[in-house]
Write a protein that binds this ligand. Structure first.
Ligand SMILES: [Zn+2]
Length: 105
């Protein structure tokens, strides 16, 4: 089995049920089930893979919503959304930066 095959299998293990279980164990803290958890290398890699996949998907959705610096959700510019526009939070989460007030003409 190659490294990438192992990683793909690991990603498949991160089902919503598995994530809930990992959270339950993690929130129980060291006094909880930590000895029983298999928070092993493959689990950490699976979590990182999942985070990367979600970030890539979020960026694709962002690109569908904000095109040519125009936000189709709030009708303002990238980096200059109104206070109710979720794209401002998406930009912050993805680390996207824009010069404020600069609009494409
Ligand atoms: Zn917006």
């Amino acid at each position: 089995m190659t490294q990438s095959e192992r990683r793909l299998m690991s990603v498949g293990e991160l089902t919503p049920d598995r994530l809930r279980e990992l959270r339950r164990i993690a929130e129980a803290g060291p006094a909880g089930d930590w000895d029983m958890i298999e928070l092993e290398h493959s689990t950490v890699l699976a979590m990182l893979d999942e985070i990367e996949r979600l970030r890539e998907m979020l960026f694709r959705l962002y690109q569908d919503t904000v095109s040519g610096a125009y936000c189709h959700r709030c009708s303002l510019s990238a980096g200059d959304h109104d206070e109710t526009c979720a794209m401002a939070e998406v930009e912050a989460l993805l680390g996207l930066e824009f010069e404020r007030g600069v609009r494409d003409e």
